[in-house]
Design a protein around this ligand. Sequence first.
Ligand code: PRE
Length: 381
Amino acid sequence: MTIQLSPTVTPIAHGVDLLRADIDRIDDQILALLEQRYPLVQRLAGAKNVTGERRLALRPARERGIVERLAARAVGVPEADIRQIWRSIFALSARHQRPYRVILWGPEEARLTLTALAATRHGAAVPVEWADSAEEAWRAAAGGDAILMLPEGAAPADAHGLDLIERHATDRADHPWVLELGRLAEAEAEPGAWIAPTTGVVAYLGGHGSYSEEACLRVAPALRLLPLGDFADVLRAVREGSADLALVPVENSLVGPIEGVRDLLGHPELRVVGEEEVAVRLHLLGVEGASLETVRKVASHPAALGQCADWLGQRSWKEMPVASTAEAARAVAVGGDVTRAAIGSEAAAIWHGLTILARDLQGSDRNVTRFAIVERRREFA
Ligand SMILES: O=C(O)C(=O)C[C@]1(C(=O)O)C=C[C@@H](O)C=C1
């Protein structure tokens, strides 16, 4: 759309009036476009179901995409100006979709920086409050209706459960970075929009024959597999860069959320980029010579033991929770003991040379585990 402007060469006495008339015409156009933009934002609120959960309406990845696209098109408007103008639009739009406030926390010397940053980032439309402690600030943001801004390193010990919205550089040596954190929608990237890398390393729990391995092979078959001992190690590998991707189970249709994973996923340097569902069949695996009569102890990951609770309830075997189904199978194979069995997949039986003593112990025909595909946030990469 091109707007008809007055000729630029005008006598100076009339120049100001004519220029202002042009500016008024452009402002009318901007307003007319905002009149069209606002209802679209409202409709998006419905599509995003921002009232359903206590989570922010803000979508930082989408905001970055818009600013990048506009900056690439711009000729005379600097990128910093585009970012500043659209930040106000985004903050107002998000606030119309679902009200939020900004909570600030930091030492005395960081207060000016934080106040100024909150104002430029969210504009005057968003209420700003100071918290009395780091813990209080964190709790407020974890409630889902507030954004927390604090200098890097000022987070309370053991803090988790918030997503990184943005990392702002400041001009202060004593607090060079301010983090902006909040509870974002589960997978901020649209499901399906993520494209698996074709080189690199994928970390997962367990080893050969685990369902996590199956999830990795489905999602990113070209990547080198990096099996690790527990969920904390798997996600640390992504944060520290020794893996490009991690796959971790978050929920199983029979036993619900997988213990401990959700908290670890809340780390601000991590980002869930997609999901993969894997149908899980669990079998009893033993060494040669073992049978249902010889077994006394059964080892597996607690979630797998839980999925077989009905079947195991009919026996008086001792249940041994271990780090993963693959680890259980490995230990049984190495032990060579007919009184011990593992619960795991057919692939685990093949990998470890075990015999399947009983099939499909899971309590339902439809036993599905949902895996999160996790990357390091771009800001930290
Ligand atoms: O795309 C969305 O999800 C929106 O809510 C729209 C919009 C926008 O104004 O463009 C608003 C807030 C979000 O942070 C990102 C984009």
